[in-house]
Design a protein around this ligand. Structure first.
Ligand code: PLP
Length: 374
């Protein structure tokens, strides 16, 4: 099988899986326990926090482990309306975990403003800034799109937002950006940053929120995570996130993911009626979103799957609904959206896999169109 749906989730690194097994079966102690075993596991947990914070370019005291990035994103947004008359600004290209939360706030009568995307898939910064005013408490802008891999220059956007209102806090969902290119959270000026373990070879069920500013506690109880997110820590998840992140970094140093995605895109563009979405923007190199005229993505996806190639069809979280909010925002027609597929990579993908993926995609598109390509 060739798996090119890594933006949905990734295989767990064996080293990370081994680390979880060790925690589950041998070092299963509660990190709040005051006997030696508990103290030791707490030390290991804190070491992981320290190491992960370094990968982010931040400080360990600002790392709050959560169950997933959806939780991190919801947590940050929940703080937006503390003050009377406060408003929240998010982009229309956000992942559902920000967008749906924001929409629900708006439906409940709160002041939520949506900044549009441009045709290249970036947030329209001018329009975004026009929405920021003296009552804007929080702006949340996706770092890299799960749909297209398009990267927003969140450092620059954060700076421009704060120039307009220095009290406005800035959050970025970094799930699809984390470890994919150089980024330093503390140097960026951003106040909050979310990441998820299962996109970088850790198991599902572990995420974190990097928070430079004080938040309202997410869960009250035993006082874990400095009292901000109570609940016995997911020790195995935290430790395996650290192990996986290190494996991911080492793998990226050996690999050239951009060369793989560029090759695939060059080959796909040779097929008539194929368009790479977001092509003119800076992208992570880990996602290729493309549309093939006269095809239907769900059919091509199934045909590919039958031939051992797994490809995505936009965000797995929203694949139940027809259309695609983000691609629509970018001005794609409904028929283009119907033919849109997403290939997403990990550092371990090989050139041979890329050659085979292109062949399979060509065959399937040809078959669906009922004629040979080129
Ligand atoms: N944000 C982005 C950009 C994502 O791609 C995803 C998952 O697809 C999430 C948030 C949600 O992550 P999690 O599955 O950890 O809740």
């Amino acid at each position: 099988m060739i798996y090119l749906d890594n933006a949905a989730t990734t295989a767990v690194y064996p080293e990370a899986a081994d680390a979880t097994t060790k925690i589950y079966t041998q070092q299963f102690f509660n990190p709040s326990a005051t006997y030696r075993h508990g103290i030791e596991i707490k030390r290991i947990l804190e070491k992981s926090r320290e190491e992960i914070s370094k990968l982010l370019g931040g400080k360990s005291k600002n790392v709050y482990f959560t169950s997933c990035a959806t939780e991190s994103n919801n947590w940050v947004l929940s703080t937006a309306f503390k003050a009377k008359n406060a408003n929240l600004v998010v982009s229309s290209g956000e992942h559902a975990s920000v967008f749906e939360r924001a929409k629900a706030y708006k439906a409940s009568g709160l002041d939520v403003r949506f900044a549009p995307l441009d045709r290249n898939g970036n947030v329209n910064v001018e329009k975004l800034l026009s929405l920021v005013d003296e009552n804007t408490s929080l702006v949340s802008i996706l770092h890299a799109s799960n749909e297209t891999g398009v990267v927003n220059d969140v450092e620059r956007i954060c700076c421009a937002v704060k120039e307009k209102n220095h009290k406005t806090l800035f959050h970025s969902d970094g799930v699809q950006a984390f470890l994919k290119f150089k980024f330093n959270v503390d140097a960026s000026g951003i106040d909050f940053y979310s990441i998820s373990g299962h996109k970088v070879g850790a198991p599902k069920g572990i995420g974190l929120l990097y928070a430079k500013r004080q938040l309202q506690p997410m869960l009250l109880g035993g006082g874990q995570e400095s009292g901000f997110r109570s609940g016995t820590e997911n020790v195995a998840g935290i430790i395996s996130l650290n192990v996986a992140a290190r494996e991911f970094v080492a793998a990226t140093e050996r690999a050239n993911v951009t060369a793989i995605s560029s090759f695939i895109e060059t080959e796909l563009k040779k097929i008539s009626g194929v368009k790479i979405i977001g092509e003119n923007s800076f992208r992570t190199g880990y996602v290729t979103c493309f549309t093939a005229e006269g095809t239907r993505a769900e059919v091509i996806q199934t045909m590919c799957c039958d031939k051992g190639l797994i490809v995505g069809r936009g965000s797995a979280c929203s694949s139940k609904h027809r259309g695609n909010r983000v691609l629509q925002e970018m001005g794609l027609s409904l028929s283009e959206i119907d033919g849109a597929l997403r290939l997403s990579y990990r550092p371990e993908n090989t050139k041979e896999e890329a050659f085979r993926a292109v062949d399979v995609l060509k065959e399937c598109i040809e078959k669906m169109r009922g004629h040979k390509i080129g």
